[in-house]
Design a protein. Structure first.
Length: 266
């Protein structure tokens, strides 16, 4: 089995370059932002970070395909880099430090493309998380200064901490009743949002999290960090991986209970 460590090192180099671009414009008074056709915001920093990542990938991995939030897909083949230049753009443009660059490598296999490398870099928080298939998940300042991640062992919803993004998406999808029932069953709820709950699941600080509507670039990197930390990452339909258009992540012990509440009821 490939060890993917060269790809992981490259992903860190890409994240370093993106961090330099995004932090330089964070809280800039002249930061330009606009609304995309899907009514989500995009800033000049989103575009610049993705352009930097694409440029470096085209030099370092010219045979690999690239899928990014801002510029779509380029290339074909069994290996595809998936990039969200700034996950949490709404936070970024308002000066809230909870945002990150997400970089994943996906490889073709049974059941389609699956993530084999993931880096989640949140420079305004001073945090970075990463994983490579078969090598575990880690957090730290660098590859040489890192702590291995492990999910929690909480096995009862009454003792669990549940993280989410907002209420609106659950209501729009007709899942609000199950969502609210879950919040009543757990010990604690917090709306951290975006990439952060998944990283806290991987760290064992949070036990389960979910979002009702996501894109592949929102999930590819976070999915492998969660699973390599010993957790479970699926869609709300229970399908493993980041392919369902939504996400449910947990320490594994609570996953069935999470899905029982959030999957549409017949």
């Amino acid at each position: 089995m490939p060890d993917y460590l060269d790809d992981l090192r490259l992903a860190h180099v890409l994240a370093d370059a993106a961090d330099a671009a995004t932090t330089a414009r964070f809280k800039a008074l002249d930061l330009k932002a606009e609304t995309k056709p899907d009514m989500t915001p995009v800033s000049e920093a989103d575009k610049a970070a993705e352009e930097i990542i694409r440029g470096q990938l085209q030099r370092a991995r010219p045979r690999d395909a690239i899928l990014g939030e801002e510029y779509g897909v380029e290339g074909t083949g069994p290996r595809r880099w998936v990039v969200d230049p700034i996950d949490g753009t709404k936070n970024y443009v308002r000066g809230v430090p909870v945002w990150a660059t997400l970089i994943a490598l996906m490889e073709a296999g049974e059941g389609g493309y699956q993530p084999v490398v993931g880096v989640v870099s949140a420079p305004a928080l001073g945090r970075r998380w990463w994983a490579a298939k078969g090598h575990g998940a880690y957090s730290g300042r660098s590859l040489s200064s890192a702590t291995r991640l492990h999910v929690s062992r909480v096995a009862d919803l009454a003792d669990a901490s549940f993280a989410y993004s907002s209420l609106s998406g659950w209501e729009e999808q007709g899942r609000l009743d199950g969502f609210l029932d879950l919040t009543r069953r757990v010990w604690r709820t917090r709306a951290y949002g975006d990439f952060w709950p998944y990283m806290m699941v991987a760290e064992g600080a949070v036990d389960l999290c979910a979002e009702p509507e996501l894109s592949l670039w929102d999930m590819a990197a976070t999915a492998i960090v969660v699973t390599e930390a010993g957790g479970t990452f699926t869609g709300l339909d229970g399908r493993p991986g980041p392919h369902s258009g939504n996400a449910a992540a947990s320490n594994g012990l609570l996953h069935d209970a999470l899905l029982d509440h959030l999957h549409p009821r017949g």
